[in-house]
Design a protein around this ligand. Structure first.
Ligand code: TXA
Ligand code: MG
Length: 364
């Protein structure tokens, strides 16, 4: 299949509307992409978190194509992207007040809500679950695409299954060229890790996937306690996790399966073996230098991922791109410095870094 790749000069957060002045070419590309979506085809598009691989969320065949293009297991449900809160009433059988509160506080933005699904959402989209995950992304290109399509767009991250999520247009081209009819190449993703997922279908709201919107921020917006899916904490032990305002953050040794089916997969695996070093920042830096020199003495090449202390947002923005760069350079070993997990954003980035490294952590 021939893949049309269109590069945008204009993309921006939706919050900065009035809309950018699209050039004629840009607008025509958006119209073409929307037509593809309406016809049940797939289009990769930018969001502020990671690029998405989109299809009509209400069309079971289109949703099926997404799993096929990514090589993704079909029990792993898709996130449905919307551009207007009215969509709640099309997609959900029930809309709790708290969903509206979170939408007003964080949307458009990197937060996904899990809600009871309506009969209009096909089972393929939700991997057979009775709930649906919904998000309003903060990218003008994504916003226009959803608006012009006239349908909610189901979109997982636009990587091949098992590769790091794409945060730059060229990552999508690399993974999906020849597999889908169109790629919209917008800005580099400003957040860089996938959205926070909060489940609002149980008695107490629960974080199913950590992200840059923190449990504390969600708890403050709702004015009540929020729990973290215990399955998320298991592999972070004994490294300690955040202890924000009144949140339940105690890890359990034998946690049940994660409540977001996708969180059980290994994900993000770079090709080279990866080791995370954890400890005082200066000790970690020295240890990584030593390990790198040792590897090089053995004739191996080594890549280093080391963010400045407390630069959590920068780490989120660059982690996946750095991992992909190391794959492209074909390094033999990857050495990374752990981020402080007592910070909730540090915890979110570490969730991805630990998976990339297959939980291979050394205390220094
Ligand atoms: O930032 C993001 O959320 C990006 C961009 C494209 O919006 N999307 C994304 O999608 O990360 P994906 O498919 O890579 O991850 C979706 C996650 C999976 O872990 C999946 O199991 C979970 O969301 N999920 C989807 N629907 C769910 C549901 N009804 N209940 C629980 N978890 C759900
Ligand atoms: Mg993904």
């Amino acid at each position: 299949m021939e893949t049309a790749v269109f590069k945008f000069e204009h993309d921006m957060p939706v919050r900065n509307y009035p809309a950018p002045r699209w050039t004629g070419d840009e607008y025509r590309a958006l119209e073409r992409a929307a037509e593809l979506i309406r016809n049940g085809e797939l289009v990769a598009f930018p969001t502020e978190t990671v690029y998405g691989l989109g299809g009509n969320a209400l069309d079971p065949e289109a949703a099926g194509k997404i799993y096929a293009a990514k090589g993704r297991p079909s029990d792993n449900p898709l996130i449905v992207h919307i551009a207007d809160c009215f969509e709640f009433y099309r997609l959900c059988s029930e809309v709790p007040d708290e969903a509206m509160v979170l939408a007003e506080t964080f949307w458009p933005g990197p937060l996904t809500m899990v809600l009871p699904k309506s009969f209009k959402v096909p089972d393929v989209t939700t991997g057979g679950l009775g709930t649906v995950a919904i998000r309003m992304p903060n990218s003008a290109v994504a916003y226009e695409l959803i608006q012009l399509s006239g349908v909610p767009i189901a979109a997982p991250s636009a990587n091949l299954s098992g590769r790091p999520s794409p945060t730059r247009g060229d990552h999508c081209v690399r993974d999906l060229d020849g597999r889908i009819p169109m790629i919209l190449w917008g800005e580099d993703c400003k957040v860089g890790i996938e959205s926070t997922i909060v489940d609002l279908t149980e008695e107490t709201p629960a974080i199913l996937r950590p992200g840059i919107i923190t449990p504390t921020a969600i708890s403050k917006a709702l004015g009540r306690e929020v729990i973290i899916d215990p399955a998320l904490l298991v592999n972070h032990k004994p490294y300690g996790v955040a202890d924000g305002d009144g949140l339940l953050l105690e890890g359990e040794k034998d946690a049940p399966a994660p409540r977001a089916p996708g969180m059980k997969y290994r994900h993000y695996a770079p090709k080279a073996p990866m080791t995370i070093f954890q400890g005082e920042p200066d000790d970690v830096r020295r240890r990584i230098e030593t390990e790198k020199a040792k590897a090089e003495a053995e004739g191996l090449t080594a890549g280093v991922i080391l963010f400045s202390d407390d630069a959590f947002e920068e780490a989120a923005r660059n982690l996946f791109a750095d991992l992909r760069k190391m794959d492209d350079e074909g390094v033999d070993r990857i050495f990374a410095g752990a981020l402080k997990q007592s910070d909730e954003r540090g915890f979110a980035v570490m969730n991805r870094m630990l998976k990339s490294a297959g939980y291979n952590v050394i205390d220094v």
